[in-house]
Design a protein around this ligand. Structure first.
Ligand code: PGA
Length: 237
């Protein structure tokens, strides 16, 4: 079954290194993805997005964030409209690293409402901390309930990335039965929206293989910076 593999490069590479990656490594990674049934979306920083969309305009690219409002006096923000005009098809929204900086569920709702009219797919990140593990349902419910209205209005299915915060960059991952329980809960809460559910948090080729029957794809952080690992992840799904 086809999976969606989203590479979240975060702010791990500076401009010249990221351009070199795109120039040198991307074509081979692309061939691996094209020869697989899976869809690959790389999310570089804003500074590399126009290079990517101009040089590889036939492929799908993603951004790591966007402004809460469509246009206006918001210094330093990047509009969903600009991203759409650049040919960006996906935007990661509500990553825990941004929530930690103060992004609220209401702001995330605003971002989703800015993106959907531009025909950009938000990849909405949700997840609980280790301390919240016992009460994960309560935490995830609050993160999920803001999706209902914008997606019902737009009549489109969301892409939800479940990323337990304790699994991000830690090498730790949930057990299959734990992940299955959470994915079922997400699907229960958002049943009417028929979401695709991705998993994120220390994804490596072995995890991609093991979790494949449980999820619709992956949000990959650090392993996506290494072209060989990224190719292995694509081949393992
Ligand atoms: P990781 O990051 O794969 O490095 O754990 C995932 C993410 O934060 O999206």
């Amino acid at each position: 079954m086809s999976k969606l593999i989203v590479a979240n490069w975060k702010m791990e590479m500076a401009h010249m290194e990221a351009i070199e990656w795109l120039h040198e490594d991307y074509p081979e990674v692309r061939i691996t993805a094209d020869n697989s049934p899976h869809e690959l979306v790389i999310c570089p920083s804003f500074t590399e997005l126009s290079y990517a969309t101009e040089h590889f305009f036939e492929d799908q690219w993603g951004a790591q964030n966007c402004g809460t409002y469509p246009l206006g006096p918001f210094t330093g923000e990047v509009s969903a409209i600009s991203l759409a005009e650049m040919g960006v098809f996906h935007v990661i929204v509500g990553h825990s690293e941004r929530r930690e900086l103060g992004e609220t569920n209401e702001m995330i709702k605003g971002k989703i409402e800015s993106l959907l009219p531009q025909f950009i797919n938000p990849i909405v990140c949700i997840g609980e901390t280790l301390e919240q593990r016992e009460s994960y349902k309560e935490v995830l419910f609050k993160q999920l309930e803001v999706l209902i209205e914008p997606y019902t209005k737009a009549d489109i299915s969301p892409i939800i990335a479940y990323e337990p915060i304790w699994a991000i960059g830690s090498g730790k991952t949930p057990k299959e039965n734990q992940l299955e329980e959470v994915v079922n809960y997400i699907k229960e809460v958002t049943a009417e929206l028929k979401p695709s559910v991705l998993y994120g948090g220390s994804v490596m080729p072995g995890i991609a293989k093991r979790f494949s029957p449980l999820v619709d794809g992956y949000l990959v952080g650090s392993a996506s910076l290494n072209p060989e690992l990224l190719k292995k992840i694509i081949l393992s799904c």
